[in-house]
Design a protein around this ligand. Sequence first.
Ligand SMILES: NC(=O)c1ccc[n+]([C@@H]2O[C@H](COP(=O)([O-])OP(=O)(O)OC[C@H]3O[C@@H](n4cnc5c(N)ncnc54)[C@H](O)[C@@H]3O)[C@@H](O)[C@H]2O)c1
Length: 284
Amino acid sequence: MGIERIAVVGGGTMGNGIAHVAAQHGKSVRLVDVSSEVLERAVATIAKNLDRQVRKEVLDEAARDATLERIETVNDLEAGAVGVDLVVEAVPEKAELKYSIFETLDRVADEHAILASNTSSISITEIAARTRRPERVIGMHFMNPGQLMKLVEVIRGLATSDDTTAATVALSEQLGKTPVEVNDFPGFVSNRVLMPMINEAVFALMEGVAEPEAIDTVMKLGMNHPMGPLALADLIGLDTCLNILEVLHRELGDDRYRPCPLLRKYVAAGWLGRKAGHGFYVYD
Ligand SMILES: NC(=O)c1ccc[n+]([C@@H]2O[C@H](COP(=O)([O-])OP(=O)(O)OC[C@H]3O[C@@H](n4cnc5c(N)ncnc54)[C@H](O)[C@@H]3O)[C@@H](O)[C@H]2O)c1
């Protein structure tokens, strides 16, 4: 089955990047969010990022304009999910919120539609169990920023069918991505490995081992990472990092995933990273 019409639910950090890359590769995209303000900001962000691609001569102006024309915004989930081949959900990393959205999507989306989640850590099997089409539910985990990063972690739930997996892999390739299939386990591969490193960097900061710049410089120059873990946490969103660590801690039942108290404190303060203008660093 070819996937041509896509709804992206959630127009925040990830949703706008996913909408961008899908529209850029010729898909018709409906971007859905509860907030009209978020939708306006998402389209402005996509336009700004497309302009950057034009300046870098990755895209021409006609392709930029055609990409924007392929994106429609809707602030009603029920209307937004009708008449598409695939829904990619990218709402905050809260299990109950995702369950309720998938229950709605299952009720309103076309029968053939695949329902994918961009979740970083929540069980695809459990999300799928809330629907009457668990064979057509899958994880499609884009990396941040979604329009640029090459990887899509494709997560098969226990009931996900081979057809659904094949269609998701094929779509990822059409979007210029490299899909990697993994099984459904908390945090999958990406966040199972990444989050303990970020958490340890926050512990190092809390314990006064070094300042944020020093921690990040050690990891960049010493380990050849393109970004330090604290700058990366600011990019991901500290609330998202905390939510993922809580899933790892709870589901794997091991204290090595215990979220650092300093991370909790920053989230409580609203210091959520780049999107809030303040995290481990301050942004304009
Ligand atoms: N931030 C990252 O680096 C990153 C990377 C990969 C995956 N993810 C995952 O992607 C998902 C989204 O994360 P994010 O960082 O984009 O979050 P975000 O907070 O930036 O955006 C979430 C958006 O969802 C919207 N929303 C909330 N409830 C909604 C509803 N009922 N219907 C429609 N929209 C609703 C919010 O208004 C917000 O705009 C999470 O599952 C996260 O774990 C995040």
